[in-house]
Design a protein around this ligand. Structure first.
Ligand SMILES: NC(=O)c1ccc[n+]([C@@H]2O[C@H](COP(=O)([O-])OP(=O)(O)OC[C@H]3O[C@@H](n4cnc5c(N)ncnc54)[C@H](O)[C@@H]3O)[C@@H](O)[C@H]2O)c1
Length: 432
């Protein structure tokens, strides 16, 4: 990466160097801004400082180049927030044990910013959250003492639309929606982001920007639930949903293809819509579509296990005591993120029902210390012997680099939730 240098001499900050914050930092540096990346995780700071990476699709070379420019400084020293002119907050926004929004990471970050920021700092929240968070939660923290919006600091929301693993769309060329707490804050944030992203979409308020992200992810969750429900219904009619989708998507208008699978995963689609539900409840409103989609999508791992039980019984076998291998526990193909992964839920269900369960995922070598599960397991080697010793193989996530022909050749029964064995007609294969 060439050291580009930026005429404005502005220094930018990013809080939270994860799947969103790290590529965002990279884009800031590419645009010529000196960038300070803040994270509470010392291990991540160490890895980045030595030019390495912990996110597969952000290759080591990219981090190394970024460090070598001298324009990127990862740190856990939050007092350095006083060096930045603008800071983007990219920390997690999960649900708590009662499925309520957990804004603790956002609040902690806002407090750090408030404590350390210099006069005139632009603060942009990027974490997905319910409409009103920037104004109701961040603004009071930043207005600490007699500090005033648009005089002492500026505040906006800009949703992240990162799609890890997407070869066509990346941080830079995905249009960036920006809405401020005030006109002035919007203007300042739009001006900055125009120097970084290919296209900036200005909206009238932070609430519109917050709601935009929730509309996008709710739309995905509902459409995935729709095809998952249709999959179950069409299967009972003896119709292959994958073939139906291929035919439907030839319509040049009014239809966007969504695909069924073993359930929903990741940090966004299974979680974000419930931020909206929670806020709607405050107004006495129900979000029926969201609840229904959540119900259908979370029932998919159960459905896959039921299909497995049924397919095994056709082979005169019981699930209890059978050897079952789950292929792919990342939440989607070609990435190394297993958060909220349905593959892990499938394994929990199999283990509960007494199956000898193992998994293979080249991107998730180990399951350990994950928030959603107590499971501790290591990925096995996908050898011919291993496959032939299985009573069933469940394809939960179909990474591109996996040899499906090898799986087909060596397995006696395959439960395929992703149509990875498309085109092969065999009694060994059950679509689920
Ligand atoms: N992952 C995606 O594809 C994606 C896409 C769009 C939006 N989002 C949203 O972006 C936000 C961040 O998601 P992510 O996937 O990057 O999460 P992540 O877990 O990968 O990264 C978050 C980082 O924040 C750090 N962190 C936590 N608390 C901190 C604090 N107080 N101060 C500094 N650092 C702190 C963590 O150590 C971690 O490195 C979430 O709101 C998410 O919904 C994620």
């Amino acid at each position: 990466m060439k050291k580009k240098g930026n005429n404005s001499g502005k220094i930018l900050g990013v809080i939270g160097l994860g799947y969103v914050g790290l590529p965002l930092s990279l884009e800031f540096v590419r645009s010529g801004y000196k960038t300070i990346g803040f994270d509470i995780d010392e291990k991540k700071i160490k890895v980045l400082s030595s030019g390495n990476t912990y996110i597969k699709h952000i290759g080591e070379n990219r981090v190394k180049e970024m460090i070598e420019t001298g324009f990127f400084e990862p740190t856990s020293n939050f007092s350095r927030i006083n060096e930045v002119d603008a800071i983007s907050i990219c920390v997690p926004t999960p649900l708590d044990a009662h499925r309520m929004p957990d804004l603790s990471y956002v609040i902690d970050s806002a407090r750090m910013v408030s404590k350390n920021m210099k006069k005139g700092t632009l603060v942009i929240l990027e974490s997905t959250t319910y409409p009103g968070t920037t104004r109701e939660v961040l603004l009071p923290i930043l207005e600490d003492g007699d500090r005033k919006l648009d005089k002492d600091f500026f505040l906006a929301f800009s949703p992240e639309r990162e799609d890890p693993g997407n070869k066509k769309y990346n941080t830079k060329n995905i249009p960036k929606v920006v809405g401020g707490i005030s006109q002035n804050s919007t203007k300042i944030a739009v001006e900055l982001y125009k120097t970084i992203f290919d296209a900036v979409v200005e909206v009238s308020s932070s609430e519109v920007a917050e709601a935009t992200k929730l509309l996008e992810n709710t739309y995905r969750s509902i459409n995935i639930a729709l095809v998952n429900e249709l999959k179950v219904i069409l299967d009972r009619m003896g119709i292959n949903i994958w073939e139906v989708i291929e035919a439907a998507k030839t319509k040049p208008f009014g239809y966007t293809a969504f695909y069924p699978g073993s359930g929903l995963g990741g940090h966004c689609i299974p979680i974000d819509p419930f931020y909206l539900s929670w806020k709607a409840r405050e107004l006495g409103l129900n979000t029926r579509f969201i609840e229904l989609a959540g119900e259908i999508n979370t029932s998919m791992p159960e459905y896959v296990v039921e299909k497995t039980i049924f397919a095994l019984s056709e082979h005169k076998k019981a699930l209890r005591g059978s050897n079952i291998l789950v292929i792919g526990v990342a939440y989607k193909k070609d990435i190394d993120d297993a958060r909220e992964s349905p593959g892990i839920r499938i394994m929990e269900l199999l283990i509960e029902r007494g199956a000898n369960t193992s998994y293979y995922d080249p991107y998730i070598p180990e399951i350990k210390g994950f928030r959603q599960t107590d499971l501790v397991m290591k990925s096995v080697d996908l050898t011919d012997e291993l496959l032939s010793g299985q009573d069933a193989v469940i394809i939960s996530t179909a990474h591109s680099l996996i040899d499906y022909q090898k799986i087909y050749k060596n397995s006696s029964l395959i439960i395929d939730t992703r149509n990875a064995l498309w085109g092969i007609k065999s009694d060994k294969i059950t679509l689920a």
